[in-house]
Design a protein around this ligand. Structure first.
Ligand SMILES: Cc1ncc(C[n+]2csc(CCOP(=O)(O)OP(=O)(O)O)c2C)c(N)n1
Length: 311
């Protein structure tokens, strides 16, 4: 969680310093428990897709922050040779089938991932991460129907940060009973406190196990909050300072620090040392990425489509 937060804060800072390629960055500060909890519950061989706010999830799956910064900076050393950027990061080796900027569009790709897992009997699970903004997209329910019909190992994972751009979830959804919606399709549904990393980990673990053991798809909705606006420069005029403060009282990093301290597993010096180590790691990653190379015009059409035989 500390690594995700530090990474995202440095993306924000790099953006303001003009280091980044592109003008829009969707940061997941406040959502760290969802990234870390689900990422740790997945296994090697599992596959996933994310929405446009997926840096934290990829980091939790083992992404190298240097290569992620390089991608965000549009450098050839990045995961997609600098041509995907923040919103289109993918890496087959780590099971990342791609971030996607079209709300809900990654969901049927994960459905295909689940079909592949079942067809090839790999024992893996395919996870689609998306925001509450996708909860009223038809493609979600088309995908749920097919996943349930064919008992595919797919988990629909909602990172419910309460807002789709400036629209609060209850202004966009006629009903908030999303678990019931999923159950209507025969998809097992569960809701979890997305500010508590241990709860997220346990719920995700249970859901992934259920699904990978051949019982069909799952739906997990994790309730959390994004601390920044929709993009770095969005001042969030559609929500109140009081609401922001209420959610920050449940800060996932501080809450976990408190739980570990209460169990005698972490003291203030230990916490400080951990934070310093993470800060050093991310500082080095930014410096390395900033020295990277910009793609040349001659490379315009390379790294765009998969080579034949590529994973
Ligand atoms: C199909 C589609 N409609 C609209 C948009 C514009 N858009 C980009 S992000 C976004 C809000 C997404 O909210 P949510 O899915 O909850 O994710 P969050 O940004 O909160 O993480 C919208 C409407 C889009 N990218 N794709």
């Amino acid at each position: 969680m500390l690594r995700i937060r530090e990474f995202e804060d440095r993306v924000a800072e790099s953006y303001l310093r003009g280091l980044t390629a592109g003008s829009m960055f969707h940061l997941s500060v406040g959502e760290e428990a969802v990234g870390a909890g689900t990422g740790c519950a997945m296994r090697d061989g599992d596959v996933f897709t994310t929405h446009h706010r997926g840096h934290g999830i990829f980091l939790a799956r083992g992404a190298d922050p240097g290569r992620m910064f390089a991608e965000v900076f549009g450098r050839t050393e990045g995961y997609c040779a600098g041509k995907g950027g923040s919103m289109h990061i993918a890496d087959a080796k780590l099971g990342h089938m791609g971030a996607n900027a079209i709300v809900g569009a990654n969901i049927p790709i994960s459905l295909g991932g689940g079909f592949s897992m079942k067809f090839r009997k790999t024992g893996g699970v395919s996870v689609a991460f998306f925001g509450d903004g996708a909860l009223n997209q038809g493609v979600l329910y088309e995908s749920m129907n097919m996943a349930a019909l064919w008992k595919l190992p797919v988990v629909f994972l909602v990172v419910n940060n309460q807002y789709g751009m400036g629209t609060r979830i209850d202004r966009a959804s006629a009903s908030l009973r999303f678990v019931e919606r999923a159950e209507t399709f025969g998809v097992r549904g569960l809701e979890v406190d997305g500010m508590n990393v241990e709860s997220v980990y346990r719920s995700a673990q249970a859901m992934f196990t259920f699904s990978r053991e051949g019982n069909g798809p799952g739906f997990l909705i994790a309730n959390c909050y994004r601390y920044y606006g929709h993009g770095r420069k969005d001042p969030s005029p559609y929500r109140t300072k009081e609401e922001e403060a209420r959610w920050k009282e449940k800060d996932p990093v501080e809450a976990q620090k408190g739980r570990l301290a209460a169990e005698g597993l972490l003291d203030p010096q230990g916490a400080e040392a951990m934070a310093a180590e993470v800060s050093k790691e991310m500082e080095a990653a930014v410096a390395w990425a900033a020295q990277g190379h910009l793609p040349q015009p001659a490379e315009l059409f390379t790294d765009v489509y998969a080579e034949e035989g590529a994973p």
